[in-house]
Design a protein around this ligand. Structure first.
Ligand SMILES: NC(=O)C1=CN([C@@H]2O[C@H](COP(=O)(O)OP(=O)(O)OC[C@H]3O[C@@H](n4cnc5c(N)ncnc54)[C@H](OP(=O)(O)O)[C@@H]3O)[C@@H](O)[C@H]2O)C=CC1
Ligand SMILES: CC(=O)[C@@H](O)[C@H](O)COP(=O)(O)O
Ligand SMILES: [Mn+2]
Length: 382
């Protein structure tokens, strides 16, 4: 039985992972669950899955949980996340945290020799070089959960990297596909949160609307598959049925398709190289029901400027991706709090990238320092 420790078990990915685990309870057990502030849901998860350890963000919540569940080890804060990422009674860590806060626990898991099912793209954006070097050194598996990266990983099975011509990274285009820059000036929070195909946490949903999600995914793919960003092409595919594809040097394109349901890539990462029986709860893709067919377009990079920013950050390296990500995390938070307009996200990101004085060869401390500085700058700027 594989023992899984889940960082961010109360979120969109975390809860869907627990659904997969519950359906396959002979294959998996839960070593640890964790959340930020959704204590009510965390308590229900503790009662159902009986983990050995839990982690919450605040000390006061940790005290409450310790009193309620006396046989459970309770941790809190960033240190606590590292504890449950490296605990002995665990074979695999699912990192479904939101944001670059996942970087340190990822490194803790790698250092402890744990395989990782990996959803937390911001971590690879800021620390891809560091994480992938450690993954290689320790010989652990870092298995992508992000739907496009799971698709690419599946398409690459059995092929040498030297055979790859390019990666076709699909994007739904988000709720504002086809909008002009003027139209983006007037969109509301509710409109931005209405993703056409996926139900996800708020931060990634806004990233999909600005297309920064695709930008982050370019950098994520660059590190996961050790491929230069120039060989990654964004393909807008509004139906989200083809989850991405790999073009080989002989002209073959191999893609991965399925209904847009995150339980599929989650299950693959948890069970790799096997496949789980998903049973009747998993809808089959009925190709005859695709009324609008499957369509493909280039991304509108004049309107969605985040895409070029991500290519540029990836090309320049050093602190650029850290700053792009940190600024974006703060800006999305501010947009969701009603403090800035939607268009201000990309406008501010362009300014931040232009003004940035880069540093190179960052270690963990350097990354955290750059992240802290940009967050401070953003808060002063707005
Ligand atoms: N949702 C999706 O379908 C997809 C998500 N991803 C990526 O997966 C990651 C998770 O996304 P998603 O599940 O949507 O996000 P959610 O916001 O739904 O969940 C985030 C999880 O992290 C916890 N968390 C947030 N902040 C902290 C903190 N400071 N300390 C400890 N725990 C914290 C949350 O706890 P609490 O509930 O208490 O706030 C929650 O459990 C992101 O990197 C996203 O880009 C990738 C592809 C698809
Ligand atoms: C489900 C998933 O992997 C998301 O990252 C999804 O891709 C978001 O949709 P967009 O393609 O609109 O960014
Ligand atoms: Mn994705």
């Amino acid at each position: 039985m594989k023992r899984i420790s889940i960082l961010g078990s109360t979120g969109s990915i975390g809860t869907q992972a627990l659904d997969v685990i519950e359906e396959n309870s002979t294959e998996f057990s839960v070593s640890a669950v964790s959340c930020s502030k959704n204590i009510a849901l965390l308590c229900r998860q503790i009662e159902k899955f009986r983990p050995q350890a839990v982690c919450v963000e605040r000390e006061e919540d940790a005290l409450l949980i310790s009193e309620k569940y006396r046989n459970t080890e309770v941790f809190y804060g960033d240190k606590g996340l590292k504890e449950i990422a490296s605990m002995e009674d665990c074979d695999m860590v699912l990192n479904s945290l939101m944001g670059m806060r996942g970087l340190e626990p990822t490194m803790a898991a790698v250092d402890a020799g744990k395989d990782i099912a990996f959803a937390n793209k911001e971590t690879l954006v800021v620390g891809g070089e560091l994480v992938m070097a450690a993954v290689k050194r320790k010989g652990i598996k870092l298995l992508p959960v992000d739907s496009e990266h799971s698709a690419i990983f599946q398409c690459l099975q059995g092929s040498a990297a030297s055979n790859v011509k390019r990666i076709l990274l699909t994007a739904s285009g988000g709720p504002f596909r086809g909008y002009s820059a003027e139209q983006l000036e007037k969109v509301t929070i509710d409109q931005a949160l209405a993703h056409p195909n996926w139900s996800m946490g708020k931060k990634i949903t806004i990233d999909s609307a600005t297309m920064m999600n695709k930008g982050l995914e370019i950098i994520e793919a660059r590190w996961l598959f050790d491929i230069p960003a120039e060989k990654i092409q964004i393909v807008v595919h509004p139906q989200s049925i083809l989850h991405s594809a790999v073009e080989y040097r002989d002209g073959s394109i191999i893609g991965q398709m399925g209904v847009p349901d995150m339980r599929v890539p989650i299950a693959y990462a948890l069970s790799y190289p096997e496949r789980l029986e998903m049973g009747s709860s998993m809808e089959s893709l009925d190709l005859f029901s695709l009324k609008e067919g499957m369509t493909f377009y280039p991304a509108d990079r004049d309107v969605f400027r985040t895409i070029d920013l991500a290519y540029e950050a990836c090309r320049l390296g050093g602190s650029y991706p850290v700053v792009l990500n940190g600024a974006n995390e703060v800006l999305v938070e501010m947009f969701l709090a009603g403090r800035i307009r939607f268009i201000d996200i990309q406008n501010t990101l362009m300014k931040v990238m232009e003004e940035h004085k880069p540093e190179y060869r960052l270690d963990m401390e350097g990354i955290l320092e750059q992240d802290m500085r940009i967050r401070e700058k953003m808060r002063n700027m707005i």
